[in-house]
Design a protein around this ligand. Structure first.
Ligand code: 13P
Length: 263
């Protein structure tokens, strides 16, 4: 039975003190389920205090980015090596990094490798822009980003990678991809993983959806075929919304487990 993932990306919000207060609120509201992994990605600054504060059985921690070299003269950067022990996950190639900070495919690929080398689970983010969608380029873009991001990942390592489909046009816009669009994208990504690593690996790889996910639409998105979890921005900063989505994932996972026993 596949695990479900609910990951909150806090982006550049909350200072250290506010992060701690908010994490304490989440600790009171977020339920725990055997088959759901819940993680929050605060700022780099808040990772260290939160690593001491959170109950890791209830919530894991993720970083929003990392540099691909382990150490050296790279002023202002934070390496996966430095995150080791503080975070279990790291977002890589988020569209805000690709588009605002001009991160390229080569850099993103190196970051995926750096995460794996340092025992962090990379969450490789892929997704097409509004223009690419309009031009009918979604499949091409997803294939390119998946192939490029996973180049040099071994068949042993692929099970340690999460892939998040985040259509750029749906991020922070209130516009969500419909279940059909999401299923189609998941199918494209899984087929590419199958092509690169074989069918077994493609069945096991966990795929997340992100882009204007809220409590209202979480159930229908999580029920879409091929979706194993959610990567949530804005709504992850509202405790009852985030906790509610964990609950939806947990109940769905229980239902799926029941059906598997019956089959
Ligand atoms: P929103 O949920 O705010 O659209 O952000 C999605 C996102 O970028 C998560 O990484």
């Amino acid at each position: 039975m596949a695990k479900k993932f609910i990951i909150g990306n806090w982006k550049m919000n909350l200072n250290v003190h506010e992060s701690s207060l908010f994490a304490a609120k989440l600790a009171q509201e977020v339920p725990t389920y055997r088959d759901v992994t819940t993680a929050i990605c605060p700022s780099f600054l808040a990772l260290q205090p939160l690593s001491l504060q959170v109950n890791h059985r209830q919530m894991k921690l993720g970083a929003q980015n990392c540099y691909w070299r382990d150490s050296g003269a790279f002023t202002g950067e934070i390496s996966a090596t430095q995150l080791r022990g503080l975070a279990q996950y790291v977002l890589i190639g988020h569209s805000e990094r690709r588009n605002i900070f001009s991160e390229g495919d080569r850099e993103i690929r190196f970051k995926v490798q750096a995460a794996l080398r340092n025992c962090l689970t990379p969450v490789l983010c892929v997704g097409e822009t509004a223009l690419e969608r309009k031009d009918g380029d979604t499949e091409h873009v997803l294939n390119d980003q998946v192939v490029s991001g996973l180049l040099n990942v071994s068949s042993e390592e692929i099970s340690e990678v999460l892939i998040a489909y985040e259509p750029v046009w749906a991020i922070g816009t209130g516009e969500t991809a419909g279940p059909e669009d999401i299923e189609k994208a998941m199918k494209i990504i899984r087929a590419q993983v199958s092509h690169l690593f074989g069918r077994e690996a493609s069945k096991k790889v966990s795929l997340l959806y992100g882009g204007s996910v809220k409590l209202d639409n979480a159930a229908s998105i999580l029920s879409a075929k091929g979706v194993d979890g959610l990567l949530i921005g804005g709504a992850s900063l509202i405790a009852p919304e985030f906790a509610g989505m964990v609950k939806i994932a947990g109940e769905l996972a229980k239902e799926e487990a029941k059906n598997e026993v019956k089959e």
